[in-house]
Design a protein around this ligand. Structure first.
Ligand code: SAH
Ligand code: SF4
Ligand code: F3S
Length: 460
């Protein structure tokens, strides 16, 4: 009898991918699918069916890391039932713990560091051939050859990593330790990847980096992030470009002007502020004051009044007083973000803040978080309600998961809209009249007729 794992011609090999953490990890998980496809792997939705499980892990907060440990723990039983199952852990917990993760979970076969994704096919083959369990944590990341980038088939919107790592060392953050120093990918490689995504039907790209504003430092091309945006607008045919994340200290006037000048650039900026207190911002090593931040927001809104703004906030940072917290609430009141991601501070290994005195009582941190989140929820809903009656251009991404027969897409400001439309509208920009608003999405009805975008006729 053929061995289901050694004979992909007769039995497809089934890959189950579970991703925790940020869009960087989403991108790497798409790469894993692409890298394993030549070995015959198809991605399945049910973990019970898997021959190989790839778990992409996150360690940005303690809770995220706990989720990974409990997920891995639960896989022990599955492996007992399916002894041929191979389990691979990648991402930031894998990078942080390396060999320790292998010894802690004896049913884990491969630990792959954040720069080890490119080796996945070789390592998996070796393990399938009876090789030992292995932790692979390379120091350097080779550039991505064609065919090694993320898997994009069927996607309308796709991520493209433009830089890895981070040099900012915000005192709370583990990312520089697990993702290494900042490295930018060469312009040519990025443009080539975008063109190949276009060929496979992608209409929108999301440029990824921990701090995209510093893109290009150390590159031979001498290109800046603004140069890269202009090149993408000029030399590729993608209809929409988004990017994340920007660091407020590096947000330049030039980049702000791109929102007014470049038609392909979506009118949305994610600009994490973290706190509204200068004392806390300084302890976080963020290198700007609340006043600097507000000044940049004012300027940006003057340049591009319709821009949507989202942000990240941490409450309960060591030493945060009620007054500091009030400063954060005041900033939220002043900016009125369209959406916000907020977290209670969590100690991370190696970070400077983990050694700071004056840790905030977790109960106080939680109380502040609840207060902040309910305040922001009102603003988010008010802003969504204000969309009612407006006509918005929506890039249709496909059938909506939630509601039957509906299609889903996003406005340039990044709001999700669900509406009735034929499936062939997928990948097109349509005009939608917004008819209803909820906390996380909008409802609308499509205005049939030629789209306002040239070269994008709304006909099948
Ligand atoms: N590079 C991005 C974000 C990286 S992590 C940036 O610079 O903004 C995403 C968010 O997680 C951060 O913006 C921060 O709000 C939050 N975060 C990071 N470390 C944290 C910690 N130790 N405790 C709580 N939240 C944290
Ligand atoms: Fe972490 Fe700061 Fe770097 Fe963002 S900029 S990844 S928060 S160290
Ligand atoms: Fe998490 Fe690593 Fe991203 S720690 S947030 S997966 S860079």
């Amino acid at each position: 009898m053929s061995d289901p794992l050694r004979d992909p011609a007769e039995f497809p090999r089934r890959l189950y991918v579970r991703t925790f953490g940020c869009q960087m990890n989403e991108y790497d998980s798409l790469r894993v699918q692409r890298l394993l496809a030549p070995l015959g792997y198809v991605t399945v939705d049910e973990i019970e069916d898997a021959d190989v499980i790839f778990l992409n892990t996150c360690s940005v907060r303690e809770k995220a890391e706990q989720k990974v440990h409990s997920f891995l723990g639960r896989l022990r039983r599955l492996k007992n039932r399916r002894p041929h199952l191979k389990i691979i852990a990648g991402g930031c917990v894998a990078q942080q713990l390396g060999e320790k993760l292998l010894s802690r979970f004896e049913h884990l076969d491969i630990v792959l560091g954040t720069r080890g994704i490119g080796s996945i096919a070789r390592l998996l083959e070796e393990v399938l051939e009876g090789g030992p369990r292995v932790a692979c944590l390379p120091e350097a990341d080779p550039s991505l050859a064609p065919g090694e980038e993320a898997f994009a088939e069927g996607n309308i919107s796709a991520p493209v990593t433009i830089m890895q790592g981070c040099n900012n060392y915000c005192t709370y953050c583990i990312v520089p330790y697990v993702r290494g120093p900042e490295r930018s990918r060469p312009v040519g490689e990025i443009l080539r990847e975008i063109r190949s995504l276009e060929d496979s039907g992608v209409r929108e790209i999301l440029l990824l980096g921990q701090n995209v504003n510093s893109y290009g430092r150390g590159l031979k091309d001498r290109a800046t992030f603004v140069d890269l945006l202009r090149l993408i607008a000029r030399e590729t045919g993608v209809q929409r470009v988004r990017f994340t994340t920007s660091h407020p200290k590096d947000l330049t006037e030039d980049l702000m002007l791109c929102f007014a000048e470049l038609g392909v650039l979506c009118k949305h900026l994610h600009l994490p502020v973290q706190s509204g207190s200068d004392r806390i911002l300084s302890a976080m090593n963020r290198c700007y004051t609340a006043g600097d931040y507000l000044g940049k927001i004012r300027r940006l809104r003057a340049i591009c009044p319709e821009i949507a703004l989202t942000s990240d906030v941490i409450v309960g940072f060591p030493g945060e007083s009620e007054e500091d917290f009030t400063g954060t609430m005041d900033l939220l009141r002043e900016v009125r973000f369209d959406n916000l991601f907020s977290f209670r501070y969590s100690d991370r290994p190696n970070t400077r803040a983990s050694a700071f005195p004056d840790k905030v009582d977790p109960a106080i941190g939680t109380r502040r978080l609840v207060e902040l989140q309910s305040f922001q929820a009102e603003i988010t809903l008010e802003k969504n309600l204000a969309e009612t009656g407006l006509f918005r251009e929506v890039l249709v991404e496909g059938p909506s998961k939630a509601s039957n027969g509906q299609m889903t897409g996003r406005t340039t400001q990044n709001r999700i809209v669900n509406f009735e439309a034929p499936e062939w509208t997928s990948g097109k920009i349509v005009t939608v009249k917004i008819t209803g608003a909820y906390s996380h999405s909008l409802r609308g009805s499509v205005i049939l007729g030629p789209s306002t975008r040239p070269g994008n006729p709304i006909t099948p």
